[in-house]
Write a protein that binds this ligand. Structure first.
Ligand SMILES: O=C(O)CCC(=O)C(=O)O
Ligand SMILES: [Fe+2]
Length: 318
């Protein structure tokens, strides 16, 4: 399909010559780019030093061995919470299986409990890899959110909002099934927006993510091997009074190589009121979203199965 837009690549690597010291010139420049990308496409690619080849390799070896476990073992990871636990061939994701793990910053045994449940002989290497990846991604998403506060020129008090908007991680690992005929392209994950603040995604070497452009074309996203795609979620869109786009995206499978992804959704603190900063509201930009909590929105989305314009239908004022 036609790719008339380019997804911007923001280079956070030291070797690119930028110094991302908070408040410095490089930081300010990068803040502008983050804001521009979220205003225009609702997503961007990032290259960074944090994720070494070795770490990434260990991650995907671990994820593969996780999905290769017997079905009865995988089913032991059960959750009553929407989109958490082990899901196989669900209504939303018919051609894939995934694990959704809530990773509260207060609990440091989440991944240990998880890997101990999946492997009776335990799996300390994978456990350590999951902790390390999730932590690095969280650090990065906090930097991105701080850049947003700065770039929008919001007073320093909004830096408190950053920790609350990205209070805990919902970590998801997914394995997509191959199409029955490797020459076909199949939709493995239907068009949606992410219901979180931010999503950071990395993949094994198999591409499949597509973002829907404003002009209605699907654009293939090639996630750099030393980075992620960063997607603005509905929460951040509403918080920004609709200034940012929540990029609609889907996943297609093609070819004969299995696609594995590791996603960290940054999720707001339980009970946090998602409220547009008054500085972003004026005569030209009247208030577009009422205050709400993430839990209320997720419940609405899950119980009504509303996907299209879910955040507008739930909290929109205009
Ligand atoms: O597989 C991907 O690249 C994206 C996954 C995704 O969009 C999701 O889990 O919400
Ligand atoms: Fe998504």
């Amino acid at each position: 399909m036609g790719s008339e837009i380019e997804i911007p690549i923001l280079d956070f690597r030291k070797s690119s010559g930028v110094t991302l010291e908070e408040g410095g010139e490089g930081w300010k420049e990068m803040s502008k780019k983050v804001i521009e990308a979220f205003e225009n496409q609702g997503c961007f690619l990032i290259r960074c030093d944090e994720i070494s080849n070795d770490l990434r390799e260990r991650l995907f070896i671990g994820i593969k061995s996780l999905f290769d476990l017997p079905e009865e073992t995988k089913k032991k990871f059960f959750s009553t919470k929407p989109y958490r636990g082990y899901t196989s061939k669900s209504r939303v994701i018919p051609h894939s299986e995934s694990f959704g793990i809530d990773n509260s910053p207060k609990s440091d045994t989440t991944f240990q409990d998880f890997t101990n449940l999946m492997w009776s002989e335990e799996n300390p290497i994978f456990c350590e890899t999951l902790c390390s990846m999730t932590q690095k991604k969280r650090e990065l998403s906090l930097v991105i959110l701080k850049m947003i506060m700065d770039g929008l020129g919001l007073p320093k008090q909004y830096n408190l909002n950053v920790e609350d908007l990205d209070n805990y991680n919902d970590t998801r690992m997914t394995r997509y099934q191959l199409p029955e005929n490797s020459k076909n392209t199949e939709i493995a994950l239907t068009l949606h927006t992410d219901k979180c603040t931010l999503a950071l995604i990395c993949e094994n070497d198999v591409q499949g993510l597509q973002v829907l452009s404003k002009t209605g074309n699907y654009v293939d996203v090639k996630i750099p091997s030393d980075g992620f795609v960063v997607i603005c979620g509905d929460i951040l869109k509403a918080w920004s009074n609709g200034r940012f786009e929540a990029a609609p995206h889907r996943v297609v499978t093609r070819g004969d190589k299995e696609r594995l992804v590791f996603v960290v959704f940054a999720v707001p603190k339980e009970g946090m009121a998602i409220k547009v900063p008054s500085e972003l509201v004026n005569d030209e930009n009247p208030l577009r979203y009422r205050p709400f909590t993430y839990e209320e929105f997720l419940h609405y989305h899950y119980s009504t199965h509303t996907e299209k314009l879910a955040i507008e239908k739930f909290a929109g004022l205009i």
